[in-house]
Structure formats: C-alpha cells, structure tokens
Ligand binder design. Structure first.
Ligand SMILES: Cc1cc2nc3c(=O)[nH]c(=O)nc-3n(C[C@H](O)[C@H](O)[C@H](O)COP(=O)(O)O)c2cc1C
Length: 186
C-alpha cells in the first residue's frame, strides 16, 4: 500500500507527526510531501532542513517539494490514501475554498480526483473561530476524513483544536473503508 504523508507548518506538532510517520513507514510505502512553510521556516521547534532530512530518511525517499511534482499524484502516481499531518488552518482553508497553490493542496486535489481517502490531522489556533466554517466544509466533502480532535488549551487558546496524532493509524484504517472514525470530538 502506498500512502502520501504531507506536512504543513504547524511546527509545535511536527515531532508528534514524525513519531506516527515512523510507525506507518514500518507497514506502508510512504511518499512525503512538504508545504512551502514546512520547507522554509526554521523555528524554535527545529530547523526545516533537519526535519526534512529525518523524514526522508524514515521514508527512504525524496519528498515532493513543488506543485508540478505533486500534480503527478493525479494521473500517474496513484496513492491508496493521503494523510495531511500536521494540517494547518491555512491549508485547511485553502482546500475548503478549492485553492491549489502549494504542493500539499495540489497533492490533495490530485489525489481526491482519484476517489481515494484524504485524512486530515488538524492543528490550528483558529479552529473554533476563523476556520470553523472550513472544518464544516471539509467534513461534508466526499472522501475526506478527520483524525479525532479536541481543545488542547481551552483557557489560554479558546479557539484552538489539535487532533490526537496517536489516532492517525486507526483513522486511516477506517478511511480506507470509506468510514469516518468516531467519536470525532475528544
Ligand atoms: C512557530 C510557528 C508555529 C506555527 N504553528 C501553527 C499551527 O500549529 N497551526 C497552524 O495552523 N499554523 C501554524 N503556524 C502558521 C503557519 O506556519 C502559516 O500559516 C503558514 O503559512 C502555513 O503554511 P502551510 O499551510 O502551507 O504549511 C505556525 C507558524 C510558526 C512560525
């Protein structure tokens, strides 16, 4: 089974995502895909180049870095599933509005065209404010599934939702069967 694993610029969750990726890579062939922010930003959570190097080592292959490379996921490279982990509010909003201007949004669009599941592992501070409508839009879209998510810090960050990264594997198994894992809310 061939799984796409796209990473966006939610830098505080990247390490959790990489732990999951290590597990998935033991079972599946994984093709990594990197958003422009993920490729470009060095933050207090780590250097972009170090994250990319370790992800490519885990997957044993070079990741997709450009829109033209990601476009091939529609017609030629067929994935069984695509996981966006972490998915930022930015990427979620773009997908909800059908904007395709990054390798990750291009990969999602190309992959959905093949009628296969897209799994979203969301982490964003504006999930219960500016992005709430976009969660609704994506929840009602065909072949789109969410990793269960909840409020990570309701007092300090009242609009923030972060998924339970440890549930990506289970979410994927059900998504491959066309089902949304429940309960969705943690
Ligand atoms: C240190 C740092 C942490 C960030 N964490 C998040 C996050 O957890 N969730 C989120 O939606 N955006 C986060 N952002 C903002 C995104 O990186 C920004 O919106 C970027 O444009 C996302 O692009 P992408 O969706 O193409 O990766 C963070 C930015 C920085 C610099």
């Amino acid at each position: 089974m061939k799984i796409g694993y796209a990473l966006c610029g939610s830098f505080c969750t990247v390490k959790k995502s990489i732990v999951v990726l290590e597990e998935l890579a033991k079972k599946y062939e994984i093709l990594p895909i990197f958003s422009p922010a993920f490729q470009a930003f060095d933050t207090r959570f780590g250097k972009a180049s170090s994250f990319i190097e370790s992800i490519e080592n885990i997957c044993g292959k070079k990741g997709i870095r450009t829109i033209p490379e990601a476009e091939a996921l529609g017609p030629s490279i067929k994935l069984d599933a695509l996981i966006i982990s972490p998915c930022t509010g930015n990427t979620l909003a773009k997908m909800a509005c059908a904007i395709t201007d990054t390798p990750v949004t291009m990969a999602a669009k190309a992959h959905l065209r093949n009628n296969r599941p897209l799994v979203i592992a969301l982490a964003t501070n504006d999930a219960l404010s500016g992005n709430l409508q976009n969660i609704g839009i994506m929840l009602s879209r065909k072949n789109v599934f969410f990793v269960p998510l909840g409020q990570d810090d309701p007092i300090a960050k009242p609009a923030s939702l972060v998924c339970d990264f440890s549930m990506i594997g289970e979410t994927l198994m059900l998504a491959l069967d066309g089902k949304q894992i429940q309960p969705l809310l943690k």
